[in-house]
Design a protein around this ligand. Structure first.
Ligand SMILES: *Cc1c(COP(=O)(O)O)cnc(C)c1O
Length: 399
């Protein structure tokens, strides 16, 4: 067999491919799964969706899982399902992706930022307590990088009347207190996942809500489907015939297609392998990074067994090393290595500044943000890639 590209000059062959900070793992059986759905009778709202939801619920150990078009839609639907509405406040971490806060705004509520631990980026019971008010309807803890927030502490801080929605976009496959994240067995009411290509499993775009509460699961399904009720026992009027349905509230079209669900079923079957690989890579990173002055992993080795390592984020004392983060990022990019910063504190975003937020009020978030950097982390990375990344980091800090 002649390899494609065998004719290229040795100089081109020897340059290693660009290593992004994250990427999907798609194998032949994933492709076959999508093609099988394409050949079937159902491209959306069919048996693949039902199967994906059932298998996801089983995997995360919850009674119900409802799949939607993306993780942001899952956050939106989860907030709706717990009754978040105009005038309410929703407590979210000062460091997270914008979607965690925006979902409150979609419903006319206001996100209120809780400061994070400067070393883990996670909210605590104490930081939530400080932001609690009579208007607090929900808290959305984010399991940043794949390490879990102490939800019992959050529950103790806010009491039983406030709903807890886990943003578990980074934590599919993680465990907390022996239970899988998403089981909602402890102190949370619902959990939300994303299946964007950089997350643990992908459906290209996709998301889900898990819960043990049948009523809330039904509200998410109804919200996903224009607010339509398909259950005759709930209808306000007598059905004039089999074509009948009723709209009970304003919903959206947040559906996940069967093509995506078929991919999701295939990807989900590999979750343990993918997460094990991430943990292996993280252990390798930990051991190599220990040699570099001024650098430490965000999630240390004590937490390895329960983190799902969506990200491998480090903390760098850029001041001590006398180097700017942007120069390190540029140098690593020149060496063919992608990095990212997770995340800009939300109080820095012009949109939330315009609503009164100020970074000065969040010293933990400011300190975390000043030092964090995410290195490449995805299952198809080779062990050698980790060494390449750490060498490039070390060189970029030395220059
Ligand atoms: C990815 C992500 C989301 C949003 O998921 P999408 O599927 O991209 O809409 C929300 N919160 C966090 C923390 C995420 O990482």
């Amino acid at each position: 067999m002649t390899l494609p590209g065998a004719h290229v000059t040795p100089a081109r062959v020897s340059k290693p491919a660009f290593l992004p900070y994250a990427r999907q793992s798609i194998e032949q059986d994933d492709i076959d799964a999508v093609v099988a759905v394409l050949r079937s009778d159902w491209l959306t709202s069919g048996p693949s969706l039902e199967r994906f939801e059932n298998e996801l619920a089983r995997k995360v150990g919850a009674e119900h899982a409802v799949a939607v078009s993306n993780g942001t839609a899952a956050l939106h639907a989860a907030c709706h399902a717990v009754g978040v509405t105009e005038g309410d406040e929703v407590i979210v971490p000062a460091i997270t992706f914008v979607a965690t806060a925006n979902c409150a705004r979609y419903l006319g509520a206001e996100p209120v930022f809780a400061d994070v631990d400067p070393n883990t980026g996670l909210i605590s019971g104490e930081s939530v307590e400080r932001r609690k008010s009579a208007r607090t309807r929900a808290v959305i803890p984010v399991h940043l990088t794949g390490s879990t927030v102490d939800l019992d502490a959050v529950r103790d801080a806010i009491g039983s009347e406030v709903r807890v929605i886990e943003d578990a976009a980074h934590a599919l496959g993680a465990t907390a207190g022996g239970d899988p994240v998403g089981s909602c067995r402890g102190s949370s009411d619902l959990a939300v996942f994303s299946f964007h290509p950089i997350k643990h499993i992908t459906t290209a775009e996709g998301g889900a809500v898990s819960t043990n509460d049948a009523g809330r699961a039904r509200r998410v399904r109804q919200f996903r489907d224009h607010g339509l009720s398909r259950d005759p026992t709930e209808w306000k009027h007598e059905s004039p015939g089999p074509w009948y349905y009723e709209q009970h509230e304003l919903g959206h079209n947040l559906r996940l297609s069967d093509l995506q669900a078929g991919l999701g079923v295939s990807q989900l079957s590999k979750l343990e392998r993918f997460v094990d690989r991430r943990r292996h890579l993280a252990a390798l990173y930990d051991s190599l990074i220990a040699e570099i002055a001024g650098v430490s992993p965000v999630t240390d080795s004590n937490r390895r067994s329960n983190s799902a390592y969506h990200l491998y984020s480090i903390l760098v004392d850029f001041e001590e090393r006398g180097v700017e983060r942007r120069d390190v990022v540029h140098r690593m990019r020149d060496d063919g290595i992608g990095t990212q910063v997770h995340y800009l504190p939300l109080p820095m975003q012009p949109y939330y500044r315009g609503r009164g937020a100020r970074l000065e009020d969040y010293p933990g978030a400011a300190r975390y943000y000043a030092r964090t950097l995410s290195l490449p982390m995805f299952p198809v990375m080779k062990d050698d890639d980790v060494e390449r990344v750490v060498n490039a980091l070390s060189a970029a800090l030395d220059r």
